[in-house]
Design a protein around this ligand. Structure first.
Ligand SMILES: [Zn+2]
Length: 258
């Protein structure tokens, strides 16, 4: 209790009627909360304000005013806080929704990327495992087997000198160079283990150990070695270490080239 309100109470009690000390709440510019103001008005409009209204009542009313003010301020603060919290919550949920959406988008993008990668890989594998003919002009001039009392270990494909010759699929060049009656020769082992020999070539464009892909040019048709007329001697072997030729026709059929 402040000394001023103590004096105020005593002033009211001892000098009632002569001079009523109004609480600060009645001074100009002092805004009262509605409930507190109403309480004071009722008191103030009483028959004899100074006599009936005890200074204690004014003092209590003043306290009530303070409480009301505090409560109003508190409720205003609460409203402000609730609004702020609501905004925060809205922003947070928006952020969460945004994050969730971003995550979903990222997940979808990752799936699409993985799918594209798998597709590209599958396409690359398919391309790598594709089989193509060694020569575009498919003109068989001599087949596999016995001819003129001698075994022919491959098939001959007639074509002008310089006609491009291609690797039949993905594989490795195991030999590239001159070999007796074969003349210029290229041996390739493919990804499935198959081995092809190209003979009588006019030109060789690859080296032993080189990786080749389906349709890659490895040289050109020629008439080198034991050959009478420009052609490709095409031969297939079982192994890289022994001369064990196989009939080209079934092989070509098995590889979709016949
Ligand atoms: Zn031949």
């Amino acid at each position: 209790m402040s000394s001023r309100s103590y004096q105020g109470r005593h002033a009211g009690r001892h000098r009632a009627g002569s001079r009523v000390r109004l609480p600060r709440a009645f001074s100009a510019g002092f805004v009262l909360p509605t409930t507190a103001a109403a309480a004071l008005v009722v008191t103030a409009t009483g028959a004899s304000v100074a006599e009936s209204a005890t200074p204690q009542a004014f003092a209590l009313t003043g306290q009530q005013t303070q409480i009301a003010q505090t409560q109003e301020a508190a409720s205003e603060a609460t409203v402000t806080e609730i609004a702020a919290r609501r905004q925060d919550a809205t922003m947070q949920s928006a952020a969460l929704l945004g994050r969730a959406e971003a995550q979903r988008r990222a997940a979808r993008a990752a799936v699409r990327q993985a799918e594209a990668k798998a597709k590209a890989q599958a396409a690359a594998e398919k391309r790598a495992k594709t089989w193509v003919r060694p020569i575009h002009t498919w003109n068989i001039t001599s087949g596999f087997g016995w001819r003129w009392g001698k075994r022919h270990d491959g098939m001959d494909l007639g074509a002008p000198t310089g006609t491009p010759l291609y690797a039949m699929s993905q594989g490795t060049v195991i030999k590239a160079g001159w070999e007796d009656s074969f003349g210029n020769k290229v041996e390739i082992q493919y990804w499935d283990g198959s081995i092809s020999w190209y003979g009588h070539m006019s030109r060789i464009d690859v080296q032993a150990g080189q990786q080749v892909s389906a349709g890659q040019q490895v040289g050109a048709v020629g008439n080198t070695g034991h050959s009478f007329g420009s052609h490709l001697h095409l031969e297939f072997q079982r192994t890289t270490t022994s001369d064990t030729p196989i009939d080209p026709v079934p092989w070509l059929k098995n590889h979709g080239l016949w």
